[in-house]
Design a protein around this ligand. Structure first.
Ligand code: SAJ
Length: 411
């Protein structure tokens, strides 16, 4: 079956919007990516990228050179509008959907009957309905009277949460199953039809609220499971048991699959999204809240470990290995490794030398050192990220050093 190319607007050219826009463009669609940052727009229009993700540079270059991907500061008329703007939280962990609201209002004047409006941003429950209400308020002409039935709306609105893993975005954009939460039956079907043009995974349809909560649930599930591993690491430390060996052995049980402890949970998703559930149902979300607290407190525990070891030295050199929020990426957002390193520097308990092989000259907050130099000079080595670069070092270099390995890579 030949698929008709569509004109598509993607609002927000970040870690989700840019790969999505580029992929859709390489499938023959005419895509305009819209971002409020002029530098981002200029960079993409040159066929370059402003974020690091494997193979994204190649995809963007080819999409821009084919003429199917352009970037701009303002949208225009199209068949399909996709929102991929951030949903951070405010103080007290209250979700901030203002970027979604603003992008919805920006798009409203360009909508015509038959358009598809898709919210991909991770969203608190009720956000898709809020989007519908904003569009109805801004464009009553597009929403026929209720007497004509709930399926007679002439703009189709759905939530289709992104689920891709940073580091594997391009593959997962195609292979992951997708959940479509339509505001009504027609919206579900139209949106599912569109995703089936470029997704090889299964596409499931449901209502908008279920789709919203499904995405939050996936990340809360992972957070709770990492919290279990992090709590075990504290218990093991107290009882003198090697947590890595313990988990390896327990995982030999056919129905046990414990995740790995670390210095805390970072990134812009797992450390954020569970709060959207807690905010919506605080009395019921006791386990989810506690898990967030367990993971949130882990950096402080690591810092106290380092302080206890440092007390044995006079002005020790502390080598912090890794700043990214997880292995083999350059992303520093909500990174516990960065948080710990900053606090160790501020504490003045010794000289801190940090190493992050995936970050280049752009990082100016404090000096970075290469791994051999740190291995030579540090009294205390603190492993914060399980980058491949750190795994292969000669164990001889660790002799005479105090090692605090929060990721268990040097066992
Ligand atoms: N982590 C551990 N131990 C583990 C696994 C992870 O400490 O066993 C830590 C990592 O080091 C990192 C944090 O958790 O600091 C999060 O890393 P991650 O790889 O678990 O997840 P993200 O944040 O990169 O991506 C998640 C994914 N969600 C799930 O796996 C349920 C991804 O599929 C989502 O699309 C993404 O959040 C998102 O955008 O919501």
């Amino acid at each position: 079956m030949k698929i008709e190319p569509k004109k598509i607007i993607v609002m927000g050219l970040g870690y989700i919007g840019l790969p999505t826009a580029s992929l859709l463009a390489t499938k023959g669609n005419h895509v305009l990516g819209v971002d409020i940052n002029p530098l981002t727009v200029e960079t993409i229009n040159r066929g370059e990228i402003h974020i690091v993700e494997p193979d994204l540079d190649i995809l963007v270059r080819s999409a821009v050179h084919s003429g199917n991907l352009k970037a701009a500061l303002v949208p225009e008329g199209a068949d399909i509008f996709i929102l991929a703007v951030p949903t951070p939280f405010k103080d007290d962990h209250i979700p901030d959907i203002s970027y979604i609201e603003a992008a919805t209002r920006t798009i409203a004047p360009y909508l015509v009957s038959g358009n598809l409006f898709i919210l991909e941003s991770t969203s608190p429950v009720g956000t898709t309905e809020r989007v519908r209400d904003i569009l109805e308020e801004e464009r009553p002409d597009l929403f026929p009277a209720p007497s004509k039935g709930s399926n007679s709306r002439s703009v189709y609105i759905a939530h289709c949460p992104e689920r891709v893993l940073p580091g594997q975005i391009l593959r997962e954009l195609i292979t992951n199953d997708r959940i479509i939460g339509g505001i009504n039956q027609d919206s579900r079907e139209k949106t599912a039809e569109f995703y089936r043009t470029f997704v090889s995974g299964d596409v499931f349809v449901t209502d908008a609220r279920t789709a919203e909560l499904a995405k939050l649930t996936e990340n809360a599930f992972r957070d709770v499971n990492i919290a279990f591993a992090n709590e075990l690491s504290l218990i093991c430390d107290r009882l003198g048991v090697d947590v890595w060996e313990l988990i390896e052995l327990a995982n030999r049980h056919p129905r046990v699959n414990i995740l790995q402890p670390g210095p805390g949970v970072g990134g812009h998703c797992i450390a954020v999204d569970p709060w959207f559930i807690v905010d919506a149902a605080p009395e019921e979300s006791r386990l989810i809240r506690i898990a967030r607290e367990v993971n949130g407190n882990k950096p402080e525990w690591v810092i106290n470990k380092v302080k206890a070891k440092a007390a044995r030295f006079k002005n020790p050199v502390i080598g912090c290995l890794g700043l990214a929020f997880k292995a083999n990426i350059d992303d520093l957002r909500e990174s516990p490794a960065l948080d710990i390193t900053r606090k160790l520097i501020a504490s003045g308990i010794g000289e801190v030398m940090a190493c992050e092989p995936n970050v280049n000259d752009g990082f100016k907050e404090f000096p970075l050192y290469d791994l051999p130099r740190i291995l030579q000079e540090a009294d205390i080595l603190l492993v914060l990220v399980d980058h491949d670069d750190f795994k292969t070092i000669d164990r001889e270099a660790l002799k005479e050093k105090v090692v605090i390995d929060t990721r268990g890579i040097w066992r």
